[in-house]
Design a protein around this ligand. Structure first.
Ligand code: GLP
Length: 251
């Protein structure tokens, strides 16, 4: 594989505690929304985002931060799960953010995992993002295998929203969110790497030792589809916010 060279360096911030990581990510989002009340936000799910959204809900409640004029697009959703399914990302977003802040329901978007024609749904989602004027700030987590959204290792950097097969470790990592005995879906709809790189600004958060190898590969490894998160180094405005454990394999 041909290496890609870049002079662009992401800004890396290491926080002392989980709380300080979440506060820093939330502050980036809050600052963006304060400067652009009609912001288009790209949102993520996962355990890393739970304290981030809790911090945003606190900011909404205590400082009057308003999302009333914002539009949001989530990165991904499982194929075959209705928005009402307890493990769907739509439910996650309701539980952790939307139900506790003032987003307009019609302005919050996730890919529809129950769509009959998934390719058409993927195209519709891409178009909706473009019609909204593109994403201003995209929040991201990272998988232990370096995935962003559900772009698993091997995802080309020119990919757009599409159906993907989930890697076995990803399904295993997400099993805890599902009712006992119910398997994690084998497929998902996800924004592509090119969709993500199309955002004006990217903020990636990672916490815990389980993410340390992926974080090191993302920031200091070779840039290429073997590590989807390494694509962030092709973007001029990226902030990576880590706790000490997630940063432990950086020099
Ligand atoms: C998921 C999501 C990603 C997320 C990642 C890490 O399944 N599709 O967007 O960043 O896995 O999740 P967690 O924060 O739970 O470790």
């Amino acid at each position: 594989m041909q290496g890609i060279d870049t002079d662009i360096a992401p800004r890396v911030i290491v926080g002392d505690t989980l709380h300080s990581v979440a506060e820093a990510v939330a502050a980036a989002v809050a600052g963006h929304v304060a400067g652009a009340p009609s912001a288009v936000l790209g949102l993520a799910t996962g355990a890393t985002m739970v304290p981030v959204y809790a911090a945003l809900v606190r900011a909404h409640r205590d400082t009057g931060l308003s999302f009333a004029r914002c539009t949001s697009f989530n990165l991904d959703e499982y194929v075959g799960l209705a928005a009402t399914h307890p493990a769907s990302f739509a439910r996650f977003m309701q539980a952790h953010l939307f139900a506790h802040a003032d987003f307009a329901a019609a302005a919050t978007h996730l890919p529809r995992g129950m769509a009959r024609d998934l390719a058409r749904e993927a195209d519709r989602y891409e178009r909706a993002i473009a019609d909204a004027g593109g994403i201003g700030l995209q929040v991201l987590g990272i998988g232990a295998n370096g995935h962003i959204g559900f772009n698993e290792p091997g995802s080309a950097f020119d990919t757009r929203t599409r159906v993907v097969d989930l890697a076995a470790p990803t399904r295993a990592a997400n099993q805890a969110g599902f009712p006992p005995g119910e398997p994690v879906p084998a497929r998902a709809l996800t924004m592509g790497i090119a969709t993500i790189l199309g955002a004006g600004q990217l903020v990636l958060a990672a916490t815990g030792a389980r993410k340390a190898a992926a974080v090191a590969a993302c920031i200091t490894g070779a840039i290429g589809p073997h590590c989807p998160a390494s694509a962030l180094r092709l973007h001029p405005r990226v902030t990576i916010i880590l706790d000490r454990a997630a940063a432990s394999r950086l020099n």
